[in-house]
Design a protein around this ligand. Sequence first.
Ligand SMILES: NC(=O)c1ccc[n+]([C@@H]2O[C@H](COP(=O)([O-])OP(=O)(O)OC[C@H]3O[C@@H](n4cnc5c(N)ncnc54)[C@H](OP(=O)(O)O)[C@@H]3O)[C@@H](O)[C@H]2O)c1
Length: 332
Amino acid sequence: MNADSFQVFINYLSDELKSINDAFAFVGIYLISRKLLTSALVLSDFTKTYIISRVGSRDIAKLYGGKWAVVTGSSDGIGKAYAEQLALRGMNLVLISRDANKLQNTAIQINERFGVQVDFIALTFDGDETKYTELKEELDSKDIAILVNNVGVMYDYPQYFLDVSVEKLWQMVNVNIAATTMMTHIVLPQMVERGKGAIVNIAAGSCSRPTPQLAVYAATKAYIDLFSRSLQYEYSSRGITVQCLMPFYVGARMQRFNRAWRSPSSFIPSAERYARHAVQTLGYSQRTNGYWLHTIQGWIAHILPEWLWVSGANRLNNALRRQAQERVRRNH
Ligand SMILES: NC(=O)c1ccc[n+]([C@@H]2O[C@H](COP(=O)([O-])OP(=O)(O)OC[C@H]3O[C@@H](n4cnc5c(N)ncnc54)[C@H](OP(=O)(O)O)[C@@H]3O)[C@@H](O)[C@H]2O)c1
């Protein structure tokens, strides 16, 4: 190779390198812009959900087209606390849970505190389809503006799939999946007819990713998440708001295997604190953790690689399982 052709080769190489450089710069700019845009959208969603939602007050009965709200699983925990928040906003309530005495006490308390009308229906959600026909007849006599599908059951404590009783597996399918689906099927027609209404479905933040030792619970909550999102697309043009709430740990009875639930903290709020925050987000976000610190937890969960998330969940669930099994052994 003589000096001239060497120079030509060098020029060619530097042109090629410049093109590669330009291509990398282009990809870099694209990726950075995408990240910036996503972060801006996430921040604006956060601001809308947790800050703008707190400005001023709304007449939710007028907004959602009726004076009545139905809350399932409302004798305890998040359901009861959410019902109280709706009562505070002037909504009459239909409470649905298993235990008639507990329901009656809750109904009296709410009526005395907030002066709203409170009816209750004692019912166990199970595989019996006829119950839904009877429920429909009762609920069709009222203008239901808001349905809160809160009822849910979980394992007694985190366990491997084959260690969970068959009875518990059916309970999770019948309560977490079937009750939410059928309650929506009962109440949605009258909302669609009025062209207004809100359905709030409670999933779980910790189950937005694969969660070993809570496999079936997590999968039933993933159903709630997808069901809500699809339904929102189907019915938003008919005036219906569908919201999916995805709390992380809340200090409620469901977490009784976990000592932490007895002492609520910033990250494990009491059911009352959680509901106070969550109810404000209705109409501002279709899919939210419902409590700002849980949303930050959600961001962290989202960016972790799956192996790290699964390893953390496994460690936590191993510890919770051992604690719970030890307690069961001591009590026998
Ligand atoms: N607590 C948490 O950390 C957490 C986190 C994420 C998501 N969630 C979700 O939030 C929702 C509420 O949880 P929670 O912790 O507040 O629950 P909870 O304290 O255990 O209360 C559950 C409510 O549902 C009723 N219930 C249970 N099984 C029923 C059945 N088969 N038929 C009718 N009613 C039934 C219970 O009343 P009776 O026993 O009197 O019937 C009670 O009122 C659930 O969907 C749960 O999956 C909870």
